[in-house]
Design a protein around this ligand. Structure first.
Ligand code: NCD
Ligand code: ZN
Ligand code: ZN
Length: 373
């Protein structure tokens, strides 16, 4: 990649608290599906935010596709009440574009003040929020922010989204960017001045379609795993800054649901993302100095949060060696595509607003400790 296209500012190293530990302030995962509500059999706001704290995250943004879908004032308030009562980490919710009706700009403006962004489902996945290209355009035209418009899509629909975001002068965020082609489209659009950001998910960084045979339903998600050329382009995009951040797309399903003839799309990610990124850093695939940017500073800036304060942070041991097992996960679903994978790097302690909320493998925050952002 040429110097001209490098958009990433020089990384900064956060001050280690002693000679061994790394510290990242204000970790934020802007893309999780916590379940709860009508899907509490898959996981609850309490269980999945425990996985967030165990994974080193101070805050998460919850996606709108869990029923009842977050598409209006009533469903948003219902979710925020349950999140308020149960969340152990800080949180905010996404609003979803409603496939059943045209957008109402006034309503969107009012709801926009309460959410982190508007999510458009323009490709098949879990839930019932799929919209067509016409409705995608209408929602992009109608959205007034302040958060960005997030996109779930594959293939040509990503380029259609980019063009519509450019045409209407809006701010777009490509979720879980999956392919080399999409990275190239993103890079070209950024160079042309389109207001776009993107996140990449750990499963797309660490797995490819070659893992499907061994992992079976544990490797089934949307967008699907790509080829090694896609994975390599995602790493290069992350290193160069064309891809702005890492987002887990934590999407737990019960093991029973994964074993059906058509497995549910989605994999858990909160417990394992930071250890995976530390392991990648230990192997030289990414600099340790970039981790605060892609796991905290960039998502905070893109979603309009204040810079991280010094009271909320994660301490990481970059040298600790261990192996991911089902038993050491905190997500309710109890499985991960990364079971059996050796890690170099561990979450030691998570501190939220001055209080230790995870330490020595134990989640110490009670449900309701989390605050709305
Ligand atoms: C997600 C889910 O299960 O909620 N599934 C997935 O495969 N990623 C939804 C989504 O992000 O598309
Ligand atoms: Zn998605
Ligand atoms: Zn998702």
């Amino acid at each position: 990649m040429s110097e001209r296209t490098r958009t990433r500012p020089a990384g900064h190293t956060s001050a280690p608290t002693n000679s061994r530990l790394l510290r990242i302030n204000g970790t934020l995962d802007p893309h999780v599906h916590l379940r709860g509500l009508e899907w509490s059999h898959k996981g609850t706001f309490a269980s999945e935010t425990a996985a967030a704290l165990a994974g080193g995250y101070c805050a998460v943004f919850d996606m709108p596709n869990t029923p009842p879908a977050t598409v209006n004032e009533t469903s948003l308030q219902r979710k925020l009440i349950d999140l308020g009562a149960q969340a152990r980490c800080d949180y905010k919710a996404w609003l979803g574009a409603d496939p059943k009706r045209d957008p109402n700009p006034q309503e969107l403006q009012q709801l926009g003040q309460q959410v982190c962004g508007l999510k458009l489902y323009c490709g098949e996945t879990t839930g019932t929020l799929l919209i067509d290209r016409t409705l995608m355009e209408s929602y992009i035209a109608a959205w007034s922010g302040p958060g960005p418009i997030g996109l779930h899509a594959e293939g040509d629909m990503i380029q259609h989204f980019i063009e519509a975001v450019a045409r209407y002068g809006k701010v777009g965020h490509i979720c879980h960017i999956p392919t080399k082609a999409a990275v190239e489209q993103l890079q070209a659009a950024k160079e042309a001045g389109v207001k776009l950001t993107a996140g990449v998910s750990p499963h797309h960084l660490f797995l490819t379609d070659r893992d499907l045979d061994a992992l079976g339903p544990k490797a089934v998600m949307k967008p699907p795993l790509g080829q090694s050329t896609d994975r390599d382009a995602l790493w290069e995009g992350l290193r160069s800054g064309v891809i702005d951040m890492v987002e887990t797309d934590h999407a737990p399903h019960t093991w029973e649901e994964k074993q059906q003839h058509k497995p549910a799309f989605g994999v858990a990610g909160l417990d394992t993302c930071l250890p995976l990124m530390l392991t990648a850093a230990s192997e030289g695939r990414i600099g340790y100095d970039l981790l605060p940017t892609i796991l905290a500073d960039a998502p905070r800036a893109v979603f309009g949060l204040a810079a991280a304060d010094a009271e909320s942070y994660v301490l990481l041991d970059p040298k600790s060696r261990w192996t991911i097992t089902a038993e050491n996960l905190h997500t309710d679903c109890g499985w991960s595509p990364f079971e059996g994978v050796s890690m170099t790097g561990r979450v030691v302690e998570t501190v939220l607003r001055g209080r230790t909320v995870f330490k020595d493998s134990e989640v110490l925050a009670e449900p309701g400790f989390g605050q709305p952002l």
